[in-house]
Design a protein around this ligand. Structure first.
Ligand code: SF4
Length: 93
C-alpha cells in the first residue's frame, strides 16, 4: 500500500525549483562581479597628476590608447586613464 500523496510540491518539482533558484543566484553573482571587475578612481586614490616619477604610462596595468599621449585604459581602475595620472595600485612594468 502506498501512502497518499500530500498536496504541494513533489520531490521533482522541489528539485527543479531549487536548481532554478541556484542558477538564478549564480547568474546574479556573476553579473555583479563582471560589473565591478574594476574599481572606481576614488577607491584607488587616483589623481590626474604623476606621483614623483610614477605615472600610469609606466604602470604594468596601463593599456595605451590609439594616441600615445591621450587617455588609455587600466586593467584595474575604471574609466579613461590619462598616461600622466597615478593611483595607489601603481606597479612598475
Ligand atoms: S593601476 Fe593606477 S597607476 Fe596603474 S595604470 Fe591603473 S590607474 Fe594608472
Amino acid at each position: 500500500m502506498t501512502a497518499p500523496r500530500r498536496p504541494g510540491l513533489d520531490r521533482r518539482q522541489w528539485l527543479g525549483g531549487g536548481a532554478l533558484a541556484i542558477v538564478s543566484t549564480l547568474t546574479g553573482v556573476w553579473r555583479a562581479q563582471a560589473a565591478s571587475a574594476k574599481i572606481a578612481k576614488a577607491a584607488a586614490g587616483y589623481q590626474y597628476a604623476p606621483k614623483g616619477d610614477r605615472r600610469c604610462g609606466l604602470c604594468a596595468s596601463f593599456i595605451p590608447g590609439a594616441d600615445p599621449a591621450g587617455p588609455g585604459l587600466c586593467k584595474l581602475v575604471e574609466g579613461d586613464i590619462p598616461p600622466n595620472g597615478w593611483c595607489q595600485l601603481f606597479a612598475v612594468r
